[in-house]
Write a new protein. Sequence first.
Lengths: 335, 252
Amino acid sequence: MSEYAIEASGLRRTYRSRTGWLRPQRREVQAVRGVDLTVGNGELFGLLGPNGAGKTTTIKLLNTLLIPTAGTARICGFDVVGQTREVRRRIGYVFGGDRGLYDRLSARDNLRYFAELYGVPGREQKRRIAELLELVRLTGRENERVESYSRGMRQRLHIARGLLHRPRVLFLDEPSIGVDPVAARELRQTVAELAATGTTVLLTTHYMAEADELCGRIAVIAGGRIQALGTPAELRHHADGRRVLEVEAYGVTDDRLAVIHALPGVREASLEVVGAAQVLAVQSDARVDVQADVLRALDGVRLGRVTARQPTLEDAYVAIVNRVDGRRAAEAVPA
Amino acid sequence: MIAVGALLHAKQLSRSPFEIATALIVPVVQATLAVYLFRAGGEPGRMLEAAVGAGLMGVWSSVLFGSGGAIQNQRWLGTLEMIMLAPRPPALVILPITLATALTGTYAMAATLLWGRLLYGIPLDFADPVAFAVAVPGCVVGLGMFGLLLASTFVLLRNANALTNTLEYPIWLVSGMLVPITVLPGWTGPIAAVLPTTWGARAVREAATGSGAVWPSLGVCLAISIGCLAAGALMMTYVERRARAAATLALA
Ligand SMILES: Nc1ncnc2c1ncn2[C@@H]1O[C@H](COP(=O)(O)OP(=O)(O)OP(=O)(O)O)[C@@H](O)[C@H]1O
Ligand SMILES: [Mg+2]
């Protein structure tokens, strides 16, 4: 048995696509630009990053769905390009979204088909399927056609399918999309239990709290490269020496946000919509109290609660990702 | 694995509303067509033969459209990635799907015969019922294997759709599903001889009318089909690798 469940070195992937028909133009997207990664057996590893960062691409390079443009990767010691079948025997893949199932078949038939396909022995199938239906709480509805399922139910069925053959390495690409809070909590519990019993999990998510709660280590990926890697506690250091001011507001414009961003002592400013309100998060140097300046900049905007707090993983994440954006903007200026 | 896969895919296919509508109407049309063709020809004795031929056309259409588009279909469903992740040769993953298309096609055969009997009173007196009962599934399996070759080649072709449409009728004709091969121009002979559809159709017809020995034709049909299966398997392996390199497994 290999020491590491997942090893990747110098992984790169370029997408080539042709657009236009009369005058075809080649377009190249460098989705992953040199990723090095090792994940130990039984580790729960998180992959965070903004949209288009290359998370899904990285996962597909590791789970044999894509062939790397350069670099190599091994799963449990088997090469993802040369020893595809050995790799596939050991991995499970769950992606977010409601596609990828046979709509006109029941959940049970879907699982039966994939159990057969993924090589679950015939005598075990029935028990395993019942077990998983129970786990994702679809028992009682397993004979209904999938087309009648809600989005979250489909997602739960995806998860059950990914676990059918008891994979040693599990790739979860935004598994909790569309899943209600209770089910999401159960999912987190399931994932934690799997990891506790030796399954290696590579998880991507946009929910920081989920990553913080579950992952032993996290890599923040942006622009196809790993920008930071460490335990959640280590990543939080990226926001060390900072304070966060949170302001509930209604109707903050981009212009105002830019003004706030430019205030002395302000390091980051981000805006998130929560229900009817916006939440403005301003990170500043811990030494500087920016509250008065920020509130002045928001003059005339209806405000709600104002709170100051210690930085969370999410703040650290924002700091890391924005640093990359800043650098890229600088690179884009012709020398 | 192949059997379960084929059955479940057949289930998925046969529940499509479009499929159901087609399945209700087409056999009636085909039975009617067969009857009028042969009534006009003044050969009422050959009506059964005609109905069987019409049924075979149904099987063929189902294989051609179903298998030719099998991979594209799975891609649209978003299931292509999930089935390709199976630790199996890609050909074995796709074969159940193409078999399923042939299987759903047999329904057309049964329905055509049934409508022929009900509407036009075509007597269902098969010369050799046992041979018929074997020849039809044999032919279906053969066509399913042929379908794999179609499935793997058609994904590589940009104009697969156009090709599918243009192939439907010529193959009916050349394989002698509706009219005997002997009345076709001589140059079609060699083409007919290498198509598994020709031999399958011949076996089924021979079983229905007693016009010849069933087993040799069926044997040739299966032999050619196994050849197609082997070629299709090689193609599939190539296609899978290419798709992984070009990132075309997902719907992008
Ligand atoms: N099949 C494809 N063809 C061309 N470009 C692609 C393809 N798939 C992804 N890309 C591009 O590669 C980049 C990385 O995409 P990827 O899906 O890996 O991002 P991601 O980190 O998973 O994002 P998200 O959080 O939105 O899921 C993006 O710029 C995307 O546009
Ligand atoms: Mg993604």
